[in-house]
Design a binder for this molecule. Structure first.
Ligand code: SF4
Length: 444
């Protein structure tokens, strides 16, 4: 059972020495209770206290970091079964898979795609996360050459796939400092794999096709001192993966089987139904998803789905408040005020671009609330508009003082006029009508 902050505080040393990075032991206890700190940060806890606190305060699914540097990513650290209960925190890494049977040119081409390709959706840059290299040839040397080929083109998070510890050892000589994820420890090789994981500080995949097998392996690896684990359930079908990954999440979240409290790995290339497997993995609990290189269309679908599932339902996607330009507006261009809810912004922006009338969009900070909600909640008010006009220097950009506000903000028009000294024009409620409005009302 999870401990409350005060129960945790009673176990802490109460030195208030700040060495854990928190100002007091109580603050640290509160973070532990929320699963937002690691017991290892306090150097004064004895083994008994660590094991009591660790079992109840660490996230039910461990956080595992893959790679180092700017492109590294974390997975796991999840607390709920359903996104609507709270949120999901760490989106799965989407990893393009290559094999050491491919030519260096083919491997480099895929690596460069992962390094460079991205697309932007609702103001967020979406990218793939890394490269997996499989030792399909069975040759240690070929594997090492393929790994070197990837490493020469980019510093990306890597997954090294081989059941031969010697092949992995040779590859890790080159890329061990980049902390790749190594795949996979099995009952036959786990001791040698744990030794490699410990030597290079790498996260490691454990592989079994049964939950009991995974539990045994996780225990055995923990006994070897390796707990930075990812679970490969080896499912042969999508149905089997769904059953296994859901069971793992349920058992981990309830902490009934803490040995399964690790992120899950899915290799979609084993399924023969990669698109479906990708979608299933994103929705149902895969944290590291391997795929053959995706076409641009497949990539957009996968990255968009991932963005949607991993958007916090409690926090609307927001734009930065500010003064945005549509085209090249001159001093007589219209100024349209609206809120910083991303959907509102991008909808209005799209319609404004299609009018081909250069203009300014004044985006005010309603903490991501839509116009109607922000008006009802009092977040959108005359003072916010006045301060935003001033803060973003709108008067310096135009030679008039006319402000178009959204139709749903009409009840505020008089108060905005009084507070700002600007003449307020009430625009349409529906952004789709903004073009007609500008041509009939602004240009008349
Ligand atoms: S390091 Fe330990 S003793 Fe020091 S403030 Fe943090 S929790 Fe308290």
């Amino acid at each position: 059972m999870a401990l409350k902050a005060l129960d945790i505080y009673k176990i802490l040393p109460k030195k208030n020495c700040k060495e854990c990075g928190d100002p007091t032991c109580l603050t640290f206890a509160m973070k532990l209770a929320g699963g937002k700190a690691d017991v290892d940060l306090c150097p004064y806890l004895d083994d008994n206290a660590k094991s009591v606190l660790g079992a109840t305060t660490r996230p039910p699914i461990r956080r595992v970091k893959i790679g180092v540097g700017e492109r590294s990513f974390a997975v796991g650290e999840e607390f709920v079964l359903y996104r609507h209960e709270k949120t999901f925190y760490h989106p799965p890494g989407i990893i393009f898979k290559v094999s050491d049977r491919q030519t260096p040119e083919e491997i480099t081409q895929v690596t460069v795609r992962v390094r460079d390709e991205s697309f932007t959706r609702v103001g967020t840059m979406l990218r793939y996360n890394g490269i997996a290299i499989e030792n399909a040839s069975g040759s240690k040397e070929s594997f090492a050459r393929a790994v070197a080929t990837v490493e020469e083109s980019a510093d990306l998070p890597l997954v090294l796939i081989s059941t031969d510890p010697e092949a992995l050892a040779l590859a890790l000589v080159q890329v061990g400092t980049y902390k790749p994820l190594i795949h996979a420890a099995t009952p036959d090789n786990y001791k040698a794999m744990c030794a490699l994981a410990k030597k290079h500080g790498c996260p490691m995949v454990i592989r079994s096709d049964t939950l009991d097998g995974l539990v045994s392996l996780a225990k055995a690896c923990a006994a070897e001192g390796v707990q930075n684990l990812v679970i490969d359930v080896c499912a042969a079908t999508l149905g089997a993966f769904l059953l296994q990954s859901t069971a793992i999440r349920q058992l981990a979240i309830t902490r009934n089987v803490p040995e399964l409290g690790y992120p899950v790995y899915l290799d979609t290339t084993r399924t023969g139904m990669q698109d479906a497997a990708m979608a299933l993995g994103i929705v149902k609990y895969a944290s590291v998803i391997l795929t053959d290189p995706l076409s641009p269309e497949q990539a957009k679908a996968a990255l968009t789905l991932r963005q949607n599932i991993y958007t916090d339902p409690q926090k609307p996607i927001q734009m930065n408040p500010g003064l945005y330009r549509i085209g090249t507006p001159q001093k007589d261009a219209p100024v349209l005020m609206t809120v910083n809810f991303s959907l509102t912004f991008f909808t209005l922006e799209g319609y404004l671009e299609s009018t081909r009338i250069p203009c300014f969009m004044l985006i005010v900070d309603t903490e991501g609330l839509s116009v109607l909600t922000a008006v009802a909640a009092g977040k959108l008010n005359e003072f916010l508009v006045r301060d935003s006009l001033k803060k973003f220097g709108v008067e310096n950009e135009v030679s008039h003082k006319n402000l178009i506000i959204p139709g749903y903000a009409a009840p505020l028009s008089g108060r905005i006029e009084e507070a700002t000294g600007w003449k307020v024009l009430v625009g349409p409620r529906d952004a789709a009508e903004i073009g007609e409005y500008l041509y009939t009302e602004w240009k008349k």
